[in-house]
Ligand binder design. Sequence first.
Ligand SMILES: C[S@@+](CC[C@H](N)C(=O)[O-])C[C@H]1O[C@@H](n2cnc3c(N)ncnc32)[C@H](O)[C@@H]1O
Length: 233
Amino acid sequence: MAKTTNVNAGDLNYDKYADKIYDDDIRRSIPGHDKLHKEIINTFREYEKHHEVMKILELGIGTGLTSEKILELIPTASLTAVDFSEQMMSGAKKRLAKFNVEYLLGDYSEMNFDTDFDMVVSVIGIHHQKDEGKKLLFSKIFDSLKTGGVFIFGDLVTYKDKHKAAVNDSRHYHHLVENARDEKSLEEWAHHHKFLNLLAPLEDQTAWLKVVGFSNVEVRYEYLNTALIVATK
Ligand SMILES: C[S@@+](CC[C@H](N)C(=O)[O-])C[C@H]1O[C@@H](n2cnc3c(N)ncnc32)[C@H](O)[C@@H]1O
C-alpha cells in the first residue's frame, strides 16, 4: 500500500532541536495550544469520573508535553507511546522517566495496535496524513479501543467554508509573525505550515470518525485552525 504519511521525521523542523526548545516553540506556533491542553485535561477528568483509565495509546508523543499532563493526573495508567522521531522520543523518555511508558519507534500509519485501550490520544500530528491515511487511521484507532473507550484528538484543521478557511489561515500566519521566537523560527514554522501540513476540513474529519463507527463525536474546542475532537466508541 502507498505511504500515507507525507513526511519523514527528519523533514520536520523540530526534529533537530526537540527537547531543547520544542515546548516553547510549539506553544508559540500553534494558536490556542495551552487552551487546547486545558480542554484535554478537562475531558480526561470527566472521563475518569466514570471509567477507570488504565491503558492509553498516544500517537505522536513528541517530547511528552501532552502525556506529562495526562500522567500527572492518572499516574497509575500505562501508556504506549508512538513516534517516528528518535530525537523527540528521547525528550519524552527523560521527561516521563517516573511513569509506566512503553515506547514504539516508527510510523503509526504503518503499525498495528493492541485492541484493549481505554483511551487513544493524538495531539498535533495526524495532519501529516493524506486524507486516505486519516480515514484508515481513524478506523485502526476505533478497532484499538474497548467499547466505551474514547479518542482524544487535537489537531490543526481547515474548514469546508472557503471564506472561513482563508481567514483562519491568514490569522494562523499572523499568529506566527506575532509569536515566533525569531526570524529563523518564523521561517521554519511558516514553511512547515505552508508546505508540510495537510489540513482536512473539520466537518469531513468528524464525518469520517462517525463512518468508522464512533457513536458520539463532539468538537470540544475550536480556535482558528486548532480543534479538539472527542470521539467515543
Ligand atoms: C508536534 S508533536 C506534538 C507533541 C505534543 N502532543 C504537543 O502537543 O506539543 C507531533 C509528533 O508526532 C510525530 N509524528 C507525526 N507523524 C507521525 C507518524 N506518522 N508516525 C509517528 N509519529 C509521527 C512527530 O515526530 C512529533 O513528535
